[in-house]
Every structure is written in C-alpha cells, then in structure tokens.
Ligand binder design. Structure first.
Ligand code: ADP
Length: 515
C-alpha cells in the first residue's frame, strides 16, 4: 500500500477507536449530527486512501487525505459534547513529514478553516470552546513544524551520507588496486573495476561469488596451484588479517600477474565479524625484477667468488713457498690482502642482495664470545700496526653463550676494522667486553675522525658513507655497519653509536645474555 494509504488507515483506526470509546461510555450518536457526518467523511477518506494508487499520481493530490482528515475532526466537533480535537495532530504530523514547512502552513490553514472558524461559529463565541479550539490549532501547527524540522535534518544527513557514498565509490573505482568486499559468510559483496580485471585473469571460466573457489591462482612460486584454504579471500572470510600475501594469477606468461594481497576484517559496533575488505596490488614488475636479481646474485656468486677463492688459495701456497724470493713474497702479500678485500666486499654485496631487507638467518650454537673477540683483535693487529694505531683489549677469560659465532665474528671484525680505518696514525682503539646477569656489552672505542650527529642516524643504512670518509678516500662500500646491525638484531640485541667529530667514536653492542 502506498504511504498516503497507510497513513489514512492509521488515522481511520484512531478515529474509529475514539468514536467507539465515546459510544461505549454512553455518548449519543446520530448519523445526521456532526460526529455522524464526520464518521461518513472518515470512511470515505479510508476508502480513498486504500483504493487510490497514490504512488502513480501527482504527490500533491494526496494532500486531500490529511486536509480532509482535519476537516473530519472539525465536523466531528460540531456537537454539544464536541469531538476529540487531538486527532488533528495526526494529519498535521503527516503534513509536516511529507511537505515540510509548507505542510505545517497547510496544517495551520486547514485547522483554522475547518476547526477554529466552525467551532467558534457553532459555539457562538463560547468563552471555553473558542480558547480550546485555538489551542488545538496551535498544537497542530507546532507539531507539524517540529516534524518538518526533524525531517529537514534527516534529509541533510542523508545528503551527506549519499555524498560520502559517491566519493567512496569514485575512489573505489579510480584506485589502481583491486578492491574486494566480502560478506560475513565469504560471499562477494562488491569489487571495483580493477578487481574485475584480475578476476577475468584468475577465473577465465567465471566465478560464483564465494571465497575459496579454485581457479588459475598459483602460489608465489608461480607453479603450485593454491588450495582453497590458502586463498586470501578464504583466509579473510575466516577472520584472518594479513599483509603482502603474494600469489600469481593466470596461466599465460604474457598476461599473468603477480599480486600482493592485504586483508582487514570489518566488524560491527559490538565487535562481531561482519565481513572483510581485501586489497590486491599488482606487483608483477617487482616480482620479475626480484627474479632477475636472484639470477644476477647467483651468477655473481659463482662467476666472481669461485675464481677469487682459487686465487687466494694459490697466492697463499706461493707465499709459503721457500723458493719465492722475499721481495716477491712481499708483493704476493699485497695481492693476497687485496684479493681478501675483494672477497669480503663480494660477500657483503651478496649478503645484502640476497636478503633484501628480510631478517638475517642465524645459526646459534654454544660459543665463547670472549675468544671470538680476542681472535678478532689479534687478526686486526697487523692492520692496526700498519696504520700506526694502538689497539687495546679488556675482556673476561671466557664468556659462553648461544650465538652464531661466524656472524658475530663478522660484526666484531666490521667494527674493529672501521675503528682502525677511521683513526689517524698515533690514535688508539680500545675494545671492551663485559657482561652482567642480563646483558653482554661490547664497546669499540676509537680516537678517530668522529661522525657528525646528523650522520649518526643514517650510519646503519645500506651504502651510506659520510662525506668525510669519502673525501679521505678510505676504502669501503658502506655495507659493513648495516650488516653488523642485522647480525646484532637477529641475535635480539642492538647496536648504537656515540661520536664527536675530531675526537672519536664509540660503537656499543648489547646482546641479551640468554640467547
Ligand atoms: P664502510 O665500508 O664505508 O666503512 P660501514 O657501513 O662500515 O661502511 O660504515 C659506514 C660509514 O660510517 C663509513 O663510510 C664511515 O663514514 C662511517 N664510520 C663507520 N665507522 C666509523 C668510525 N669508527 N669512525 C668514523 N666514521 C665511521
């Protein structure tokens, strides 16, 4: 039933209840009196309300019903015992709701015309009846205005919501990321254009709109088909939240795409799972670049490292050969030192390229940290002596803990070789190893060139070198400290630096004793 019809039915029911109650309590009822005519009018309006297809007509025609209802109330009151003027509030509510302030004015005019004037004439200006009917008119107008005002606010609010919905839809369709919205049972509720393109690649035979459907969707290796429970949409529908889950869609190498998927749960105000939102980012170029990088790393690793290892091996044999004259041995040592440097550099480059930001894998075993540090210091002594730098060590006899001995030795070597490299002849490097029940602390202190405060923050980033270091042409690639930091952090520790330009630096490594 159209809305005017529903309103009219409600009015008629209230009207009938009013008449029924009056009769039940002994009021006189005459069909030719005011209440009798009112009842006829109410029935006519009821029939009109129900029978007329109001939603197909000009909405203004429906004004007949509320205005007629006010007239019915007015006519009903034309009896010695009077009718219930309160009923006029009901059509006034409707007028205010449907036609806003204009409706309130119509309600006011109708009340004056059909209630106030006939009432005043009928009662001959009675001092009780006239004020009463005027008050009813006032209540009717105030009610209609209040409803009109409420409706205006609701409409303004709806306008804002509608605007926001349109903005969201525009963003939804413009972004270059596939967006998918799931309902609480994993059903597809909405997707943007970009995601429709992805769906056409991953599901060329079509999709039924339910999370977990198998298709041309492959694991990050690009070959293994994904199982239903591995699918991002399926996982999201099981309330899982994640970032950067990678996968391939499509079989054809020319059109297949690599996607990185993130998911967030959507919850109701009281925290119940209401669905999920997923973002599919095209990372095909990135994945292809990664593959090229892996191939490059493998190539460098093999083609550079292998011959270098054999060079170092043969140079070592020659150095120890008694038939080689002393001046040639001296030159061989230079070859050896430089080959070692090259080998370390290749090692650092490979290390950095292979991990590419992922955590460093470590291999813990029981080891003596004091012995590692002593060995590192002893190995650095010739270089320190060559650079005219004094080197001192304080360390406990033994410091057993669980760590990756090879990696920790690499970190200590890096700090020590930097301290020597960046200290002028005549300077000093002091290494201190100490432990308490919670932490182990290693300090490498130098009296070298120091580091400016701004540079200290960037020191541990890959390939960063201070201008001072580059200007002095000290050899280095800017990788040692970033690798050192990774090693220390992968052991659950941290490394920091305190430094003053021209006075020297202190690098401090703290490792938890219980590794
Ligand atoms: P590099 O191979 O260049 O030494 P690192 O990552 O080990 O690479 O160090 C990064 C930069 O930090 C160095 O280039 C240098 O500018 C600065 N640095 C590191 N250690 C010291 C130090 N003990 N004294 C002064 N500057 C240092």
């Amino acid at each position: 039933m159209a809305e005017p019809g529903r309103f009219q039915v409600l009015f008629s029911v209230l009207y009938a209840v009013d008449v029924g109650l009056r009769v039940a309590f002994g009021a006189r009822f005459d069909l030719l009196s005011g209440p009798g005519l009112g009842l006829v009018g109410a029935v006519v309006l009821f029939v009109l309300g129900v029978a007329v297809p109001w939603d197909r007509l000009d909405p203004r025609l429906a004004l007949v019903l509320p205005v007629g209802s006010i007239a019915v109330v007015g006519v009903t009151r034309l009896a010695p015992e009077g009718g219930n003027g309160l009923l006029a509030v009901f059509p006034a509510l409707w007028l205010g709701r449907q036609w806003g302030r204009r409706g309130a004015v119509i309600a006011g005019v109708a009340t004056v015309l059909f209630l106030v004037v006939p009432g005043a004439v009928y009662s001959h200006g009675d001092s009780v009846m006239v004020p009463r009917v005027l008050f009813i008119a006032l209540v009717v107008v105030v009610t209609a205005l209040a409803v009109a005002d409420g409706m205006e606010q609701v409409q303004a609010h709806e306008g804002t919501i509608e605007h926001q919905r349109r903005v969201s839809q525009a963003i939804f369709d413009t972004v270059d990321v596939g967006l998918l919205l799931l309902g609480k049972d994993g059903e597809y509720v909405g997707m943007n254009r970009r995601h429709q393109e992805f769906m056409a690649i991953g599901y060329p035979a079509g999709h039924e709109g339910q999370a977990g459907q198998l298709g041309e969707v492959y694991d990050v290796d690009g070959r293994t088909p994904m199982r239903a429970e591995q699918m991002p949409a399926y996982r999201a529908s099981a309330e899982e939240e994640f970032d950067d889950v990678r996968m391939w869609i499509g079989r054809d190498p020319a059109t297949r795409r690599a996607l990185s998927v993130s998911a967030r749960a959507v919850r109701t105000r009281d925290g119940a799972f209401a669905g999920a939102a997923l973002a599919y980012n095209d990372v095909t170029d990135f994945m292809r670049a990664l593959k090229v990088k892996d191939e490059f790393v493998a190539l460098v690793s093999h083609e550079l490292r292998t011959p270098l290892t054999s060079i170092v091996g043969y140079v070592q044999i020659l150095e120890e050969d008694p038939a080689i004259p002393p001046h040639a041995v001296e030159q061989l040592r230079v070859v050896h030192r430089n080959a070692e440097r090259l080998r370390r550099l290749i090692g650092d480059l490979l290390d950095t390229a292979q991990r590419d930001g992922s955590p460093m894998p470590i291999n813990r075993s029981d080891a003596d940290l004091a012995a590692i540090v002593v060995e590192s210091v002893e190995a650095a002594r010739p270089t320190a002596a060559g650079a005219g730098v004094d080197i001192a060590l304080t360390a406990p006899e033994q410091l057993r803990m669980s760590l990756d001995a090879q990696r920790i030795a690499q970190a200590v070597d890096n700090l020590l070789s930097n301290a020597i490299k960046y200290t002028e002849p005549g300077g000093a490097v002091t290494v201190r190893l100490a432990a308490d029940e919670r932490d182990v602390e290693l300090e490498v202190v130098d009296t070298g060139i120091g580091i400016a405060p701004d540079d200290c923050d960037r020191l541990f980033t890959r390939f960063f070198r201070t201008e001072d270091a580059a200007r002095r042409a000290v050899a280095g690639a800017g990788l040692g400290l970033s690798i050192t930091k990774d090693i220390v952090e992968s052991h659950g520790g941290r490394v920091d630096v305190e430094s003053e330009v021209g006075r020297g630096s202190t690098f401090r490594v703290r490792l938890p004793s219980v590794g």
